[in-house]
Design a protein around this ligand. Structure first.
Ligand code: URA
Length: 214
């Protein structure tokens, strides 16, 4: 019997835990999913306007919540989990978890303009500066850029591209921190691998010298 020792570790699979003689229910199993969100889905569990929601696309025996949000018309990597503590850290600005986007924008972005794209811009809620910008394709009628941002400000990528004179035509998130979308089909989801999960946890760990210690 354990009394008062709050640090005692119990194995929920092997031990029957009671407090004052009453059984304590085992902790809820954790689920960690990656969804390739298609356009036209709202990042929520239910929508009062009856629009399709991301919860319609995942098949899991638990209530999992989106980690942050993608706009209705934005596609790509969206994590869902019932691990609230990890979600809180993943979204916390102090860890600056990089989000990588592929943006199709209107007009031709000349390679010579990239310095301006990398320099940053002032948006209506303050300055924004991507961690990285690469030009993937520069066409006369449209260009494709790969932009990495460390924050999840509302409509940030769209507002940033607009501020640089090239409105977004199509936007897809291809990575969230160490988790890459890869070849996952639109609308499909999969469980994170143990390696992805440990990389995610490491990205938001407060170890000495880590990003979180700043
Ligand atoms: N930036 C946007 O503009 N929209 C998103 O959904 C995510 C980032």
């Amino acid at each position: 019997m354990v009394t008062r020792n709050l640090a005692t570790l119990a194995d929920p699979d092997a031990d029957r835990i009671t407090v004052d003689g009453r059984p304590v229910p085992p902790p809820e199993a954790r689920h960690y999913l990656l969804l390739n969100k298609p356009r036209g889905y709202v990042t929520t569990l239910s929508d009062p306007r009856g629009r399709p929601v991301v919860a319609d696309l995942v098949d899991v025996d638990a209530r999992v919540y989106p980690v942050g949000r993608l706009d209705w018309d934005v596609e790509g990597a969206l994590l869902l989990t019932n691990d609230g503590a990890l979600t809180h850290r993943l979204l916390h600005p102090r860890y600056g978890l990089p989000r990588v986007y592929e943006a199709e924008v209107a007009g031709r972005v000349a390679p010579g303009a990239l310095a301006r794209w990398r320099h940053g811009a002032v948006l209506d809620d303050g300055p924004a500066k991507p961690l990285a910008v690469e030009l993937v394709r520069a066409g006369v009628d449209g260009s494709r850029l790969r932009l990495t941002f460390a924050e999840g400000r509302k409509h940030e990528v769209k507002r940033y591209c607009e501020a640089l004179g090239h409105p977004v035509v199509r936007l897809r998130r291809v990575a969230f921190g160490p988790v890459a979308l890869g070849a996952l089909a639109p609308g499909a989801s999969r469980r994170l691998t143990p390696r992805e999960l440990s990389l995610l946890r490491a990205a938001v760990a407060d170890h000495a010298g880590g990003r979180g210690d700043r």
